[in-house]
Design a protein around this ligand. Structure first.
Ligand code: TRH
Length: 380
């Protein structure tokens, strides 16, 4: 087994929110659990990490969590030996002294930049290409993606089987939800809501209030709560809060650990997700979803949104395609959601079936951790 005991360093700067640490923590755990490598995860902000992994001791510079050595990446860098494989997540700048340590290594390390996820076509052409050099150490681009020729998506071994078992078991779902204090009314559809601030939320909630099917909306604590408060006309919403408006029940949940968040997505009929990692997890949940993409300067995120939609909706019937695309575009523009939601509801069975097909299609590709390991094997 070539990977045994290979040492990998993953560097993560938390730019904002939870995606940076969410992706690197997930990758680090998977490399250890499934590929037997030794991983040090360098993180500059342990507080963000603590939200999804409450065991993290934010005052400790070195600790082990689930087989991963977690290091606080402090501004005053202490000398450290370079690993065989070095991953800079999302183009973060490695400490100068560490780059020197890479160059001084007897055997030059493999240095990769793990990029942001995009469905744009150019990603296929750039994945795996050499990037910059530091002294004689070459850096490579590694792009996650949805299509052949990219680095794929993070997906742990057995994830889909665990998801299926959970979704086929009403007891497991009930027990999980009760553990979060959620007890939906008989026949209510469950929707999870994880999003950035969104001016379109009120119109969506208005539509849910008037729906013939009751909805139980589950909102983990986060940036969207301000819009929920405004719509409800209340202040200080926090985990545990529950408000009913006709057909709509709104319940605020705590921000849960990553594994529980997966189960939340698996439990829901529809998931509103955002950024990168929750977006991918909702696809593995195999339920219809709504993506709030991370906004970028000059609206370049809109190209990414269209690129993903282009892939995702291509095998849907035209009316279903128009409905779900319209819903996603309205959500990302902060526009009125009412009509789009109603059109989307008309295509529910098709969208449900499609979510499962899409999930299986994506799962037929190598997962991102395996692709990284393979990249290293090909490189040595
Ligand atoms: O938090 P995000 O918006 O993160 C990011 C960052 O903004 C990043 O800088 C940007 O580049 C990227 O988006 C595109 O969304 P994301 O990626 O979904 O990360 C959220 C993480 O939080 C994910 O790992 C799931 C996890 N999570 C929990 O563990 N528990 C929870 O209750 C919830 C709601 C999420």
């Amino acid at each position: 087994m070539p990977m045994m005991k290979t040492r990998w360093d993953i560097f993560c700067t938390v730019v904002d929110n939870f995606g940076d640490i969410g992706v690197t923590w997930r990758l680090a755990r998977q490399l250890v659990a499934e590929h037997g490598v030794t991983v040090r995860l360098w993180v500059d902000d342990l507080r963000a990490f603590e939200r999804m992994c409450p065991e993290i001791d934010i005052h400790t510079s070195q600790q082990w969590q689930q087989g991963v050595e977690v290091r606080h990446w402090a501004t005053d860098w202490q000398p450290a030996e370079a690993a065989e494989v070095v991953i800079a997540a999302f183009a973060c700048q490695l400490p100068g002294a560490y780059m020197d340590a890479m160059a001084e290594r007897e055997k030059t390390p493999l240095w990769m930049n793990l990029d942001y996820l995009s469905a744009e076509d150019w990603v296929i052409g750039c994945h795996g290409l050499p990037s910059v050099k530091y002294k004689h150490v070459q850096k490579f681009f590694f792009f996650p993606g949805f299509q052949k020729g990219t680095g794929g998506l993070l997906r742990e071994r057995g994830l889909l089987e665990r998801r299926r078992t959970f979704q086929q078991s009403p007891e497991m779902q009930r027990e999980f939800l009760l553990g979060l204090g959620v007890n939906p009314a008989q026949g209510a559809q469950l929707i999870s809501l994880f999003a950035y601030e969104n001016a379109g939320l009120a119109s969506w909630l208005d539509a849910l209030v008037g729906d013939s099917t009751p909805t139980h909306l589950l909102v983990p604590e986060g940036r969207i709560l301000g819009d929920v408060e405004q719509w409800l006309g209340v202040r200080g919403l926090a985990a545990g809060a529950l408000h009913v408006r006709d057909a709509l029940t709104v319940q605020v949940l705590p921000f849960v650990r990553q594994d529980q968040y997966d189960q939340l997505l698996w439990s829901c009929d529809f998931n509103a997700v955002r950024g990168e990692d929750s977006f991918v997890r909702a696809q593995w949940a195999a339920r219809p979803l709504l993506w709030h993409i991370y906004q970028q300067e000059e609206d370049v995120h809109l190209d990414k949104l269209e690129a993903f939609l282009g892939l995702y909706v291509s095998s849907l019937s035209e009316p279903a395609r128009d409905a779900i695309s319209g819903l996603w575009r309205a959500w990302n523009a902060g526009d009125n959601m009412t009509d789009h939601w109603q059109s989307t509801r008309k295509h529910w069975p098709e969208l449900q079936k499609h979510a499962e097909t899409w999930c299986l299609e994506q799962a037929s590709q190598a997962d991102l951790a395996a692709a990284l390991v393979q990249f290293y094997v090909n490189w040595i």
